[in-house]
Ligand binder design. Structure first.
Ligand SMILES: [Ca+2]
Length: 488
């Protein structure tokens, strides 16, 4: 008798335990959605890109806690089209939005799309957002609590410009306000406050940092972390552009004057110091948010996703800033941690895209699909196993605005494990062997030995839609960009 009673007790007890575990598993997942502007991938310790030290312990820690997608690429190398593609899940070659100077709301595809924050909100999530997340695409998303402002630059120093070559946003140096008054610090405070609240519903907390977007005005302690003699110049090869088609050269030489002036006036390393210090400042702010999550009751059921909107040149190929089709312009950060799914210290070398963010979060949180067709694909198989077989090709789309260039031509770049291929829409091309030439110096497009590779890569390109109309552009001035484009 006693043993039967004991057996019954064991069965009931086991059932209760399994029910409790099941209930725990069913706890809805929250999302902490972290975006960084203009942050390139120097923090990934890639000596062929940057040989010096980059201080980013918090981004490193997050990467160590989950999956670091080491080969992640943006769908467009500029803020507005890249961010629009992330939060709509729609690729530029589908929406027609390739440039900052376009109005995303003119895209008939985007008019029917639901952006990711609104989609989560529509599906029962408490959704708040602070700082720079989207850019230029006006949607009907309204946050469930007031934000600490949209992502904008900090006030201009009263004695600016601070560098001998400084002009407008092309400037760097010591900021004149305390760190606590800087905008990104306030966005971190906002996210920390939201994480300390008691939430009855699952949450989607978006926090976007403006740094290291130019200008690089930073507190002294961050500048001090990078003594000038510790800074290493990135690799730049004389004659690199000689084997490029005209459109490649035009892309490379856009804003080259900032780089050349800095070199000529002996302040190139000071500029690099500004970017690096701004990177460490943003790492510090993200670290505060991540620490707040770790100390909260939500740490075990909150997905953390951190991404940068595109790459950034600091002189490579003589180019300054963003908006190119090469590795420096298209390679961006992506780290994802999913409690209960990802294992620590996983590095994924499969080729993925920022377009994959929307479908990944959607599937992780078991939401229905939004009305628009998502261009990316869910990364869940890679989150579970970083070596899962993958269709390794990431596309980047862009268009250019320069005199004598047809701005309706779409530039497309495709990154595969061993190659980068670029097509400028006018029949001109570039091909680089990433294994033997990681810095993309030797254009193989006219080398007959690579004919087969060229054809293979051509076949990977989508058929791009034409760009939606450009915003204000003074045809008489030709070269002048719209006011909006200058800012971003
Ligand atoms: Ca070259």
């Amino acid at each position: 008798m006693r043993s039967i009673k004991f057996l019954k007790f064991t069965i009931v007890y086991s059932f209760l335990i399994s029910f409790a575990i099941h209930a725990e598993e069913k706890k809805p997942m929250n999302v902490l959605f972290l975006a960084i502007d203009d942050l390139n991938t120097w923090v990934l310790s890639e000596p062929h890109r940057y040989g010096g030290k980059v201080i980013a312990p918090n981004l490193r820690k997050l990467a160590d806690e989950g999956v670091l997608f080491k080969r992640n690429y943006c769908a467009s190398p500029k803020c507005s089209p890249s961010r629009t593609s992330v939060i709509s899940g729609v690729a530029p070659w589908v929406s027609g939005v390739y440039q900052n100077s376009q109005t995303p709301n003119n895209s008939s595809v985007l008019q029917k799309a639901v952006e990711i924050r609104k989609h989560f909100q529509n599906n029962g999530y408490y959704t708040v957002s602070s700082g720079k997340i989207g850019h230029g695409w006006k949607t009907d998303f309204k946050a469930d609590a007031p934000s600490s402002g949209r992502g904008t630059r900090d006030p201009y120093p009263p004695n600016g410009p601070l560098s001998p070559t400084g002009k407008g946003e092309q400037d760097w140096g010591l900021i004149h306000i305390p760190e606590s008054d800087m905008n990104d610090t306030k966005h971190a405070v906002f996210a920390i406050r939201e994480l300390s609240k008691k939430h009855d519903k699952p949450f989607f907390i978006a926090c976007g940092m403006f740094a290291p977007h130019m200008p690089w005005y930073v507190p002294q302690n961050y500048l001090d972390m990078y003594p000038l003699d510790s800074i290493v110049k990135p690799p730049i090869k004389e004659g690199d552009l000689d084997d490029m088609p005209e459109r490649g050269k035009a892309l490379a030489l856009d804003r080259t004057n900032v780089y050349r002036d800095a070199v000529a006036k002996g302040v190139y390393k000071n500029a690099l110091q500004g970017y690096l210090a701004s990177t460490t400042y943003v790492d510090t702010q993200m670290g505060r948010v991540l620490d707040a999550l770790a100390a909260s009751p939500y740490k075990d059921n909150t997905i953390v996703i951190l991404w940068s909107d595109h790459g950034f040149h600091l002189g490579e190929k003589f180019h300054w800033q963003k908006g190119t089709m090469w590795e420096e312009g298209t390679h961006s950060l992506l780290s994802i941690k999913v409690p209960g799914m990802t294992k620590p210290k996983q590095i994924c070398n499969q080729i993925v895209s920022l377009l994959d963010i929307y479908p990944t979060l959607n599937e992780l949180c078991e939401l229905p699909n939004p009305p628009q067709e998502l261009s990316g694909k869910s990364l869940i198989p890679l989150l579970k196993d970083v070596k899962h077989p993958w269709d390794n090709a990431a596309i980047t789309g862009y268009t250019f605005q320069k005199p004598n260039l047809d701005e309706t031509d779409v530039f497309l770049s495709v990154r595969t494990p061993d190659f980068r291929y670029i097509n400028y829409g006018d029949g001109t091309e570039e091909l680089y062997n990433k294994t033997t030439d990681p810095n993309e110096y030797n254009n193989l497009a006219s080398n007959p030995e690579y004919k087969e590779q060229i054809e293979k890569h051509r076949a990977l390109l989508p058929k791009p839609v034409k760009p939606t109309p450009m915003k204000i552009r003074n045809k008489k001035d030709g070269d002048k960009k719209s006011k909006k484009d200058k800012k971003n």
